[in-house]
Structure formats: C-alpha cells, structure tokens
Ligand binder design. Structure first.
Ligand SMILES: [Zn+2]
Length: 317
C-alpha cells in the first residue's frame, strides 16, 4: 500500500505518493487560485490526487491507504475541518468530507507546519529527539510543536503560532490585526520592509544600488548579499534581524526548553551561517544560560517545503 500526501498551500496544491521510508515517488502541482469557492478548490485537489495516482499506474481507491493533507491554517484533525485560515478566509471548511465526495479512501488533515515538524522529527534534522519545535520563517512565521514524538495541538488546534507572540508593545502592524508580533520583525517581509526604509534613507548604500533605486525590487536576500560585501547599512539591518529572530527563539526556549528548535522556510536560503549566528545569540541570552549543562540546539531544517507532503503521510489515521 502507498500513501498520498498533499500540501494545500496558498499558491499551489501539490500531491505526491510517498513510500514507507518517506521518499516522494511522484508529485504534481496545480495553482490553488485561492479566491475561488472552497468547493471548486477541493474538487481540483481531488482530481489532482486521482491524476497523480493514475500516472504512477495505481488506483486511488484500491492502492492508497489514506490521503494526508497539510493545510495552511488551523485544522481539527478529528473531523478534517479547517477551523480558521486568515489567508484563505475559510471558517470551518470541511476539507475531508468534501474530498470524500470524489475519492473512497480515508482522508486526514493537519496544519502544514505540524506536518513539516513531524517529517523532520521522523526522518530529518530533529530525528532522535523527543521534544522538538519547528519554526518556519518566510513571509509569515509559523511553527509546530512535537512532544514525546507526537504533534501537540493545544485546546482547539491552535498551538504553535509562534509568529504572533508580541515582542514589541505597540510595535509594527501585523497581518493578524495586532501590533508588535514576532512575525512583524522576524519574517522575511519584515526584513524587506526594514531594508527598503534603510535604502531610501541612504541612497549611498550598496542595497540602494542593487535595486537600482526601485524599492519594489528589494528582496530578503539583498541585505544579506550587501552586508557580505561590506555595506554598513545592510550590516545594520542584518544584525538587527538576527537579534529579532533570536528574541523569539529565546522566548520559546524560556517557555518550553525543547531539546531542539529547527528553523525552516524561505530563510533556509540564507544558509547555515545565519542559523549559527542566531544560535550564538540564543545560547548567550537564554535565562540561566550558564547553569544548564544541556542547551536547546538551534538547527536548520534538513527538509524543504515538500516535507509537508511527507509529514502528511506520517499522520495517525
Ligand atoms: Zn500577529
């Protein structure tokens, strides 16, 4: 028997057949086109699943043990209902039931970051640890908590939203509607915002030259690239950014003291040096840092975003 994993993301829906070791055997994506009706999106998702399985020479109803879906939002894993997703605008969307109109196999749903955390815990960088956390840093920040090798969901499946703990009272606006959230300082969107402001104020900066004076061309990589070439303005941005990332991680360590925290998402493209620098700040600033013999390890996720597919096939069903 094979398992089918789906990454139900804002921009793409990707479905893949995964073997028992966590290898993706075949996968295919379609655009999500998220502004459509929920039913239309799920119909396309089901058709994608059927198509991928057929392409591999199998039949979904006979050869697939279950379909696991990693969703961009909070999901009731008992019912397969997406409780809430600020980005999709869904409320109580019955994903599993809707899928079952088209396919006759069990469907389990889970938050995408939780799937990612589970995959890392089973076959990735946090394998071998029992209590771990994944923090994904991209345009937003989300996370997954693994306790005793199991996903921790919280009271109503809302646990792990680390991006929305406030680090600056009355701080920058966050897309969640509050101010000063960690995501408003440590997401890739946040460093882009800060780099834009800095380059407008300092047209003599290398960053400004790299974007030809057009702030729309600013990306999260540019301040890192400019800093590596000695641009002091970019160095300022990057040093502050590392501290912002570290502040949130320190709060997590002080609260839960997991064995390891792995950083994933778009920020992985910056490379392992970034994680090393952040890890140094965390170990210096954690409460009681000199007293604890064992310190929480700050690592970089070893799997890419496809691991949501893999983790989805490792869900309890
Ligand atoms: Zn927020």
């Amino acid at each position: 028997m094979y398992r089918l994993g789906v990454n139900f993301d804002l921009t793409y829906i990707t479905a893949g057949i995964v073997d028992i070791e966590g290898n993706i055997l075949i996968k295919e994506s379609i655009p999500t086109l998220k502004y459509r009706k929920f039913e239309e999106i799920i119909k396309d998702m089901a058709n994608l699943c059927i198509r991928v399985v057929n392409k591999y020479g199998l039949n979904i109803d006979n050869d697939i043990e279950f379909v696991g879906i990693g969703c961009y939002g909070s999901v009731d894993t008992n019912t397969g209902i997406m409780i809430y997703s600020s980005y999709f605008g869904f409320k109580n969307a019955p994903i599993a039931d809707e899928m079952r109109k088209y396919i006759n196999v069990p469907v389990v749903c889970e938050n995408d970051a939780n799937c990612y955390a589970l995959a890392e815990n089973k076959i990735g960088v946090t394998k071998g640890f029992k209590n771990t956390i994944i923090v994904t840093i991209g345009t937003a920040i989300s996370g997954g908590i693994i306790i005793d090798n199991k996903i921790y969901h919280g009271l109503d499946f809302g646990a792990g939203e680390f991006g929305h703990h406030v680090i600056v009272f009355k701080g920058e606006n966050c897309e969640c509607g509050r101010n000063g959230c960690w995501a408003a300082y440590a997401s890739t969107n946040a460093i882009v915002r800060d780099a834009r402001i800095m380059s407008i104020r300092h047209p003599e900066s290398l960053m400004f030259k790299m974007i030809n004076g057009d702030v729309r061309l600013m990306s999260f990589k540019i301040p890192f690239e400019a800093a590596a070439k000695g641009d002091v303005y970019a160095e300022n941005i990057v040093e502050d950014y590392k501290k912002y990332v570290a502040v949130g991680l320190i709060n997590i360590v002080n609260t839960l003291q997991p064995e390891a925290i792995a950083i994933g998402g778009k920020i992985r493209k910056i490379g392992p040096e970034f994680v090393k620098d952040v890890s140094k700040i965390v170990s210096e600033k954690t409460f009681g840092q000199y007293e604890y013999e064992n310190k929480t390890k700050i690592l970089m996720c070893s799997l890419d975003y496809d691991s949501v597919i893999i983790g989805a096939t490792m869900l309890e069903h």
